[in-house]
Design a protein around this ligand. Structure first.
Ligand SMILES: Cc1cc2nc3c(=O)[nH]c(=O)nc-3n(C[C@H](O)[C@H](O)[C@H](O)COP(=O)(O)OP(=O)(O)OC[C@H]3O[C@@H](n4cnc5c(N)ncnc54)[C@H](O)[C@@H]3O)c2cc1C
Ligand code: FES
Length: 275
């Protein structure tokens, strides 16, 4: 309990540096003691003074610095993308469940900004000696993330990286799910780790069933409190902030009928998820 209360206290941190990943995605680095021991898949509530507080996954975490990688989609993410060295942010967390290492051969799949929490996971898998294939899928070249970091992981640990774009402007033309299906039919994997759109998660869930591979996926829902109280992040019998955001195979089986179909809006109403 003490752990939880401590994590939920807002801390003010100073932006150390900002790295532009693409036209509308930036990684913001800062120092925070509690983030240093965060696990891959956990998230923060990030308060941008005078604007809003939003959930963001940690994309890296160490004693020296931690980071969030943010895609500009609305007011809060726009304000974050304008942040510069020395600006102040409020953070709560890290919150939620994390990806757990299973077996010795891993297939990791990220769609667009869904790659943010996976960068930290890739580092953990590789430093634990797990043979890893990473599929980075995006609509187009300009949405591919972390090319330089992935190249470094390839050179240092032999990470195999497959890029896919819907329009063929980078890597293989096609969907990340199609590349995943090819990998699964050619090689044996012990586990699959996914973050991206729910339609992608759902498709990969059915592949995981076909190939009987334990899959873990990180889900997104509207979040306000992040500690299981307000109910805005409910899916099935779970609260994504507390029971997730990373769900294991048996939990995904339970909620598969809601996956990619419904979420709650800010008023708590059930609404269809856009494809
Ligand atoms: C656990 C988790 C981890 C996330 N990690 C990342 C990440 O690493 N990088 C990243 O760019 N984005 C991430 N997101 C999504 C991010 O929180 C939203 O893009 C952001 O809140 C949008 O805020 P806005 O004011 O810019 O846009 P708005 O115009 O307010 O919203 C745009 C859309 O973002 C979603 N959204 C808005 N507010 C929230 C909220 N409080 N909780 C959840 N979704 C919201 C809604 O679907 C909304 O339609 C994550 C979401 C969750 C739940
Ligand atoms: S965000 Fe409040 S219960 Fe999950």
């Amino acid at each position: 309990m003490g752990w939880h209360i401590k994590n939920n206290e807002m801390r003010i941190v100073k932006v150390h540096r900002v790295k532009a990943e693409t036209r509308n995605v930036k990684t913001i680095f800062f120092e925070d003691e509690l983030c240093a021991s965060a696990e891959p898949g956990q998230f923060l509530m990030v308060w941008i003074p005078g604007v809003d507080e939003i959930p963001l996954s940690l994309s890296s975490a160490s004693k020296e610095e931690a980071s969030v990688t943010v895609k500009e989609v609305g007011e809060a993410t726009h304000a974050l993308n304008k942040m510069e060295k020395g600006n102040l942010l409020g953070i709560r967390g890290p919150f939620g469940s994390s990806f757990k290492i299973i077996g010795k051969k891993a297939l990791v799949i990220g769609g667009g900004i869904g790659a943010a929490p996976l960068l930290m996971l890739l580092n953990k898998l590789l430093t634990n000696g797990i043979e890893t294939v990473f599929i980075m899928g995006a609509k187009t070249r300009s949405e591919i993330l972390f090319i330089d970091q992935l190249e470094a992981l390839h050179n240092e640990y032999g990470l195999e990286v497959i890029f896919t774009t819907d329009d063929g402007s980078y890597g293989t033309k096609g969907l990340a799910t199609e590349a995943a299906e090819r990998c699964l039919s050619e090689k044996v994997f012990d586990s699959m780790y996914v973050c991206g759109k729910e339609s992608m998660i759902l498709k990969l869930y059915s592949l995981a069933e076909t190939y009987t591979i334990p899959m873990q996926a990180s889900l997104e829902r509207i979040m306000r409190c992040a500690i299981g109280i307000c109910g805005s992040c409910v899916i099935g019998r779970y609260r994504v902030c507390k029971d997730g955001p990373v769900f294991d195979f048996s939990q995904l089986r339970e909620i598969r009928r809601e996956l990619g179909k419904f979420k709650r809006n800010f008023r708590g109403e059930r609404i269809f998820i856009e494809k």
